[in-house]
Write a protein that binds this ligand. Structure first.
Ligand SMILES: [Zn+2]
Ligand SMILES: [Zn+2]
Ligand SMILES: [Zn+2]
Ligand SMILES: [Zn+2]
Ligand SMILES: [Zn+2]
Length: 619
C-alpha cells in the first residue's frame, strides 16, 4: 500500500471544512479540531481591521500547515483533525474495531487486524449529535446489548467484541445489525434514528479524553453526511477605503440633539444587542424623528464601535453581517473610482445611441466593475441539529475566541446598483407585496430566520428575492461566458431596508482561493454592451425551466418553503456560492407571470419585439 496524502486546501478551512465539520476523504472520515490545537508557529496572520473591530477580536489567522502527524505530511496546509467516528468495521470479516491514536500508522489508513490481507477499515455510517453542538460515536456496545436474547448469557454489555452484520433477506436499516460475538446479543438498526432515550456524552470528538460538562440533552443519531450535522457561522468583509475622519459625527447637529434628548432610550440602545437592539432602534428612531441609519452612525461615532456583545449567536452574527454590509454598500455605491491596494473599481457608463433594450437596462441599474477586491472570511463557530440562537460552539471549543480562523481571497467582481425609484414603484404593486408577504410569512416560521436576518435585514423587502434571483441567474450565465466555474463565483446581495435609502445592489465576484491573480474574464464581462447581452440571455434562460410548468406554477418550495419559482434545473447554485443557502428565490419576480409584473418584464418584451422585427425584416 502506498502512502496516501490527505489534505484540505487552505481556502476550504473555513467552509466547508471548518472547526467541527466532518471531512470525508478516500474512504476515511475525520473531524476538524478546535483552534486550541492549531500549530500557531505555522499559521499566518490575516489582516482585516474592519472585521476584527466588528467582531471584537484581536485578529485572524489562517490555517497552519497541518501537523497531524498521524494523518498527513506536515507540509500540507490544513487544520488539525482527529479520526471520527472511532468505530470502524471491516467489509470482509465484518468485525468492528474501536480505533485510537496508538493504532495509527503514518501514511496509512486503518487496516483490519483480523483478515489475512488486511483490508482498509470503513467508518461507521451513523454518529450522534446534540442541540448544544456535541458529537460522539454511537455507543455501539450498549446498542448491541439493548435487546439481549432471553436464552443467551448476557456478557454485561461492556463487551467490545462486536460485528456489523448484513442480512441479505431484509432491506434498509433492518438488514443491518450490531452483534456481540461473546454473548450472541445484537440489535438491528431499525429504530436507531428515532431512538430517543440516549443521553448526549457532552463531548467533542477532539476532546474525548477530557472530562466534559454533563450534557442534559438527548442525543440524536444521524448519518455522518446529514444536513443538520453542522451549521457553520461565518462572517466576511471586503476591504473598503477607511471612512474619512471628519472630526465629528457625520450628521446634522439637530439630528444629534434630537437623539440625545431621548436619553434613556439612547443609553438602552447603546447597551443592547441583537434583536433587542433592533427593536430599540426602531422605537428610538420613531421618538426622535430620525432614521435608524442616523442612530447607528452616531452610535459608531460615540462608542468607537465598541458596542457590547454577549455570547456570539446567530442573531449577533446577523447584526455583524448587516453592519459590515452597510459599510460595503456605501463604499461601492459611490460612482467614484476607487484605487486602493485591495479595492480597485471603475464605474462604467452606458454608451450613447443606446438600443431600446439597453435604455431599459440603463433605467434599471448602473455598473461598477471591481478589477481587484479582497475578502476575508472567518468562522465564528458552529452548531448542530438546528442553527439556533444559544447553541453556538465557539471555534476554540470552549471560551469565546480572542482570535478567529480566517482565509483571505482575492478576486474581481461586477457590482450593479439598481434604481431606487423604479424599485420602489415596483415594490408598491399590490400583487408584488402579496407574493412576497407569503415568502415573508414562511420566513417568520423558518428555523433559518436568525441566520437569514444578516442578509435580509430586519424586514424582507420584495427587492431581496428579486435581486437574489437575478444574482443566481447572473452567476450561472457568467460562469458559462467567462470561463470561471460556477462554484468559484460568489454573491453579495445588498437589499436591506435602510433609514434614508434602502440598499439596492448585487455584487458578483470571484473567490479564487489562495491565488492572488485572477483570470480577468469577469471584469471584461462588466462592460455595458457585453453585459446587456449577458443580462438578456439570463432573462431568457430565467423565463423557462425544464421542470416547467411544475417549477413556475408550484407554490412554496425548497428549504423551509422559502422559494417559489426556482429549482435546481433553473436557479439554484452550489451552496458555497449562495449567501442564503439557496432560499428566497423566485424567477416570477424577475420575468413576471401569474398576474405578477416582473421587474425585468419590460426588457423581455422589448427584446421579443426586437426579435420579431428582425424576423419580419428578414422575411
Ligand atoms: Zn477483517
Ligand atoms: Zn455481549
Ligand atoms: Zn450535548
Ligand atoms: Zn426550475
Ligand atoms: Zn444565493
Amino acid at each position: 500500500m502506498t502512502n496516501r496524502k490527505l489534505r484540505v486546501r487552505q481556502a476550504q478551512t473555513i467552509v466547508p471544512f471548518g472547526v467541527g465539520a466532518i471531512l470525508e476523504t478516500q474512504g476515511e472520515s475525520f473531524v476538524a479540531a478546535d483552534t486550541g490545537r492549531w500549530y500557531l508557529a505555522k499559521s499566518e496572520v490575516v489582516e482585516s481591521p474592519r472585521l476584527a473591530a466588528r467582531l471584537k477580536v484581536s485578529g485572524f489567522r489562517s490555517a497552519p500547515a497541518a501537523k497531524n502527524d498521524f494523518f498527513d505530511n506536515d507540509k500540507a496546509a490544513g487544520v488539525p483533525c482527529v479520526r471520527f467516528p472511532e468505530w470502524l468495521f471491516c467489509g470482509a470479516c465484518r468485525r468492528m474495531v474501536r480505533w485510537n491514536n496508538l493504532l495509527e500508522k503514518p501514511g496509512h489508513p486503518p487496516l483490519c487486524p483480523s483478515c489475512p490481507r488486511n483490508p482498509a477499515l470503513v467508518p461507521m455510517r451513523f454518529v450522534q449529535i446534540c442541540p448544544r453542538g456535541h458529537m460522539d460515536d454511537v455507543n455501539w456496545p450498549w446498542w448491541a446489548h439493548s435487546r439481549p436474547k432471553v436464552a443467551a448469557q448476557p456478557c454485561g454489555g461492556k463487551n467490545e467484541h462486536l460485528s456489523f452484520l448484513v442480512d441479505d433477506t431484509s432491506m434498509g436499516l433492518e438488514a443491518l445489525r450490531v452483534h456481540c460475538r461473546r454473548c450472541d446479543s445484537g440489535r438491528d438498526l431499525l429504530n436507531l434514528l428515532d431512538h430517543k432515550s440516549t443521553h448526549c456524552s457532552g463531548k467533542h470528538p477532539w476532546k474525548r479524553g477530557s472530562a466534559e460538562n454533563v450534557c442534559e440533552e438527548k442525543a440524536l443519531v444521524v448519518p455522518r453526511n446529514a444536513g443538520n450535522l453542522y451549521y457553520p457561522v461565518t462572517c466576511s468583509a471586503l476591504d473598503i477605503p477607511a471612512p474619512e475622519d471628519s472630526g465629528g459625527p457625520p450628521l446634522d447637529p439637530a439630528v444629534v440633539d434630537r437623539i440625545r434628548e431621548e436619553h434613556h432610550l439612547w443609553q438602552a440602545f447603546l447597551s443592547a444587542e441583537g434583536a433587542k437592539r433592533r427593536t430599540l432602534a426602531s422605537m428610538l428612531a420613531d421618538d426622535a424623528k430620525v432614521t435608524e441609519e442616523e442612530l447607528f452612525i452616531l452610535a459608531t461615532y460615540e462608542t468607537g464601535q465598541e458596542l457590547p456583545v454577549g455570547r456570539e449567536g446567530f442573531a449577533e452574527a446577523s447584526s455583524h453581517a448587516e453592519e459590515l454590509s452597510r459599510e460595503e454598500w456605501e463604499a461601492l455605491n459611490t460612482r467614484v473610482p476607487i484605487t486602493e491596494k485591495n479595492l480597485v473599481t471603475r464605474p462604467l457608463s452606458w454608451p450613447e445611441g443606446r438600443t431600446a433594450v439597453q435604455e431599459l437596462l440603463r433605467e434599471r441599474f448602473e455598473v461598477t466593475v471591481a478589477d481587484r477586491l479582497r475578502e476575508v472570511r472567518t468562522l465564528l463557530g458552529f452548531s448542530r441539529v438546528t442553527p439556533s440562537l444559544n447553541s453556538l460552539v465557539p471555534v476554540t471549543g470552549g471560551p469565546r475566541a480572542s482570535w478567529l480562523p480566517a482565509v483571505e481571497v482575492f478576486g474581481e467582481g461586477i457590482f450593479l446598483s439598481f434604481d431606487e425609484d423604479l424599485l420602489a414603484a415596483w415594490e408598491a404593486e399590490p400583487s408584488i407585496r402579496e407574493r412576497v408577504a407569503g415568502i415573508s410569512w414562511e420566513l417568520g416560521q423558518a428555523f433559518q430566520q436568525e441566520r437569514l436576518l444578516g442578509v435580509t435585514g430586519p424586514k424582507l423587502l420584495p427587492r431581496m428575492p428579486m435581486l437574489h434571483t437575478f444574482s443566481h441567474l447572473f452567476i450561472r450565465q457568467l460562469a458559462f461566458e467567462s470561463g470561471y466555474g460556477i462554484a468559484s463565483l460568489q454573491e453579495r446581495i445588498y437589499a436591506r431596508p435602510g433609514g434614508r435609502r434602502h440598499q439596492a445592489g448585487v455584487l458578483v465576484y470571484t473567490s479564487a482561493g489562495d491565488t492572488q491573480g485572477t483570470l480577468g474574464g469577469l471584469a471584461a464581462q462588466g462592460a455595458p454592451e457585453p453585459l446587456a447581452e449577458t443580462v438578456l440571455r439570463l432573462l431568457e434562460s430565467g423565463s423557462w425551466c425544464s421542470n416547467d410548468p411544475l417549477c413556475s406554477e408550484h407554490g412554496a418550495r425548497g428549504p423551509a418553503a422559502l422559494n417559489r419559482a426556482a429549482c435546481h434545473a433553473c436557479t439554484l447554485l452550489p451552496e458555497t456560492s449562495c449567501e442564503t443557502g439557496n432560499t428566497l428565490l423566485d424567477r416570477v419576480l424577475l420575468i413576471g407571470g401569474n398576474g405578477v409584473p416582473g421587474f425585468f418584464q419590460p426588457v423581455i418584451e422589448a427584446a421579443l419585439d426586437r426579435a420579431a422585427r428582425t424576423a419580419r425584416g428578414q422575411a
